[in-house]
Design a protein around this ligand. Structure first.
Ligand code: FE2
Length: 248
């Protein structure tokens, strides 16, 4: 019999020992945690959810957040020092970056080694308004240099949305891996993003999950996120793959 009271599952119950590979918890270098205090607040909240391992991914965005390996390393050291002082030995943080695919990124590609999530995996994003005109060239260049692009939150690029998912298939064929934002599962970025998120999951196109946490309200929402059994079954293999691939 059809039930109006379909059982719901708390997403956080499945995030125990998860490693978050996309977040803005490093202090003072992008639009995430402004200070070390804020970083700690976020980390304590993550701990309540059961997440204690992080790959921090501050923006590298020429116009707004011109981060370099040096600024990122310094922010990580500040945070690590504070964690040590607080006796938070069980928190493990590595740093990488979330690179905006713009002209400056193309130039950077020719100049220095990129910060990777692991091995050759590079987290990249694009503007929410339009894809870079030379997107294909950027993806090609990345792979010529032996990198594997991991596209952050593919579901959030409305200009790629279509029923056939053909734009996404094209990116996959061009060697992109996809990282879904956990909050897209519960419609945090809008109904369309949520629908595409589940379409991509159903097609087996999502490789990894990340939280993209910038502030505590993201974690409040994550903490309360509930899914149906069907939705949960789609996302559990992605959670497991993320854990298996990145845990350290
Ligand atoms: Fe991000």
């Amino acid at each position: 019999m059809f039930s109006f009271f379909q059982k719901k599952y708390n997403l956080k119950d499945y995030l125990e020992d998860f490693i978050d590979i996309h977040n803005h918890i490093l202090p003072g270098i992008d639009d995430g945690a402004p200070t070390v205090e804020d970083s700690l607040k976020l980390i304590h909240y993550f701990k309540e959810i059961g997440i204690t391992q992080f790959i921090a991914t501050p923006h590298v965005m020429n116009d707004y957040y011109p981060n370099t390996p040096q600024t990122i390393k310094a922010a990580l050291e500040d945070l690590q020092k504070r964690l040590d002082k607080e006796g938070e030995g069980n928190i493990k943080i590595k740093a990488a970056a979330e690179y905006m695919m713009d002209q400056a990124f193309m130039e950077l590609l020719g100049k220095e080694r990129l910060l990777t999530l692991k091995d050759n995996l590079v987290l990249v994003e694009m503007s929410y308004f339009q894809a870079p005109i030379n997107l294909h060239e950027i993806l090609f260049q990345l792979q010529t240099q032996q990198y594997k692009p991991v596209l952050a939150h593919p579901e959030r690029y409305a200009f790629f949305h279509s029923k056939s998912l053909n734009n996404y298939t094209d990116l996959k064929n061009r060697g992109c891996l996809f990282q879904l934002n956990a909050l897209s599962l519960v419609g945090h970025y809008g109904k369309n993003m949520q629908e595409i998120a589940f379409s991509l999951l159903k097609e087996g196109m999502i490789d990894f999950l990340g939280t993209d946490t910038h502030q505590t309200r993201h974690l409040e929402k994550l903490s309360g996120a509930q899914l149906s059994k069907k939705q949960l079954d789609l996302v559990l293999p992605v959670i497991q793959r993320t854990r298996d691939t990145f845990s350290f």
